[in-house]
Ligand binder design. Structure first.
Ligand SMILES: [Zn+2]
Length: 153
């Protein structure tokens, strides 16, 4: 929803990610060290912090498969600006909900991130190179027919 001065506008967000970006991400060869999984649902929490065990159980019960802190409002803003947006999540840990004894730690996250960030960078470069021209993408038409309170670039 735009909150600038002008008419209130709601933009469709049923499918938050760009289908062409997703196809590009799945169409490139990922570094061997990465295990790429297609699909999932990101539960976005306000951070930076880790979940409590109760939150972790709730996130899983709600259908969340990964927890992130930076998926929203970025995806909504991109859609409202008719921009393509695709998410690639680097999973670093199992949150707090795997068992009663374990819980994620800052050190464990840094270790997993450090071990994979170079591979994710390689993957991202490949995906960006594989992205098709976005002129005809459905994302670019997300606000067609809506009266916006400002001009899109
Ligand atoms: Zn798109």
């Amino acid at each position: 929803m735009y909150d600038a001065v002008g008419p209130v506008v709601h933009v469709g967000f049923a499918d938050p990610y760009c289908p062409r970006g997703r196809a590009a991400a799945l169409g490139v060869e990922a570094p061997e060290a990465l295990s790429v999984v297609d699909g999932g649902t990101m539960t976005v929490i306000q951070g930076p912090r880790f979940s409590t065990r109760a939150e972790s159980r709730r996130n899983r019960a709600d259908g969340g498969t990964v927890v992130g802190m930076t998926g929203a409002p970025e995806a909504q803003i991109a859609r409202e600006l008719a921009m393509c947006f695709t998410s690639i999540a680097l999973v670093t840990d199992s949150d707090a909900g795997v068992d009663a004894e374990s819980a994620v730690s800052h050190a464990a996250v840094l270790e997993a991130f450090s071990a994979n960030v170079e591979h994710v960078g390689t993957l991202l470069r490949s995906v960006v190179e594989a992205l098709p021209d976005d002129a005809d993408c459905s994302c670019r038409h997300a606000v067609d027919g809506l009266t916006l309170p400002f001009e899109l670039p």
